[in-house]
Design a protein around this ligand. Structure first.
Ligand code: NAD
Ligand code: 0WE
Length: 258
């Protein structure tokens, strides 16, 4: 049976009740994990209040701001973990960002700034967090990140995020290779399109969801909780032989050629 009792899990990327990270946090909690939550702070502290209210029922023992563009916040997060937890077992990387302007129109017009920002936040952050987690995962561990088909095949308008996800998927393999001897597994879930804060800001997302509902083998899209179940599996001992993999949780869409 899926059992995460006695495991400490750090979950990044919860913005609201539609976040994929929220679906994951709920399923990790249900399986018995002890949670730490980080959120992206904003100036007015609005995010902090909203996320705090949302996650309160899951009784996280750590709740901290962590903007991955700020080294000091990452250091503070992992310092808090090393002080409060005897070990870290699970790291969920569930964040991405690109300029809205770079998610439409001509990919060849992507600016240097937009390109590096998208890859810094969406790709480099996995390596950065995995590097910080490694010394705390003293009993082995499981790292899970979220990717999308647009990192493997061309999806209109995904543009610079596709390059970021291609880099993210290759980072999973290099990290799995490096961390394997420490019994730390690193995998990605490639989720089908889901309506979230990030995806709702994208023009035409509903049409994409309807397309998936028509052609995916299961004739539907997936939910945050289904992604959460797959993440809980990958973080559990049931997946002890699995590392470096990209697991599609997409109602089968990826297998279709026509
Ligand atoms: P979301 O908006 O709920 O989550 C994105 C998160 O990234 C937010 O919590 C935001 O605060 C965080 N973030 C952005 N910049 C950050 C920074 N500098 N530091 C720390 N956190 C930062 O949207 P989501 O769809 O749940 O996205 C989560 C992950 O799932 C992303 O990696 C996304 O690419 C991936 N994904 C989403 C879909 C989809 O259709 N929604 C499909 C496949 C993969
Ligand atoms: O990875 C994602 C979302 C990525 C994302 C979305 C936004 C919108 C708002 C990253 N940064 C931003 N920045 C913003 O300002 N997905 C997989 C969802 C998604 O995004 C798309 C998609 C799909 C699906 C963009 C274009 C085409 C399809």
């Amino acid at each position: 049976m899926l059992n995460l009792t006695g495991k400490n899990a750090l979950v990044t990327g919860i913005a609201n009740n539609r976040s994929i990270a929220w679906g994951i946090a709920q399923q990790l909690h249900k399986a018995g994990a002890n949670l730490g939550i980080t959120y992206l702070p904003d100036e007015k502290g609005r995010f902090e209040k909203k996320v705090k209210e949302l996650v309160d029922p899951l009784e996280p023992s750590i709740f901290l701001p962590c903007n991955v563009q700020d080294d000091a916040q990452i250091t503070e997060t992992f310092q808090a973990i090393s002080q409060q937890w005897d070990k870290l077992d699970i790291l969920i990387h569930c964040l991405a960002f690109a300029n809205k302007d770079d998610l439409t129109g001509e990919f060849s017009k992507t600016s240097r700034q937009g390109f590096s920002q998208a890859l810094e936040i969406s790709t480099y952050s996995l390596t950065q967090l995995a590097g910080a987690a490694k010394p705390l995962m003293t009993q082995g561990g499981s790292i899970v990140t979220l990717t999308y088909l647009g990192g493997v095949k061309v999806i209109p308008n995904y543009n610079v995020m596709g390059i970021a996800k291609a880099g993210l998927e290759m980072s999973v393999r290099y990290l799995a290779s490096e961390l394997g001897p420490n019994n730390i597994r690193v995998n990605a879930i490639s989720a089908g399109p889901i309506r979230t804060l990030a995806s709702s800001a994208v023009g035409g997302i509903l049409d994409m969801i309807h397309h998936v509902e028509e052609v995916a083998p299961l004739r539907r899209t997936v939910t945050q909780l289904e992604v959460g179940n797959a993440a809980a599996f990958l973080c559990s001992d049931l997946a002890s032989g699995i590392t470096g993999q990209i697991l599609y949780v997409d109602a089968g869409y990826e297998i279709m050629g026509m």
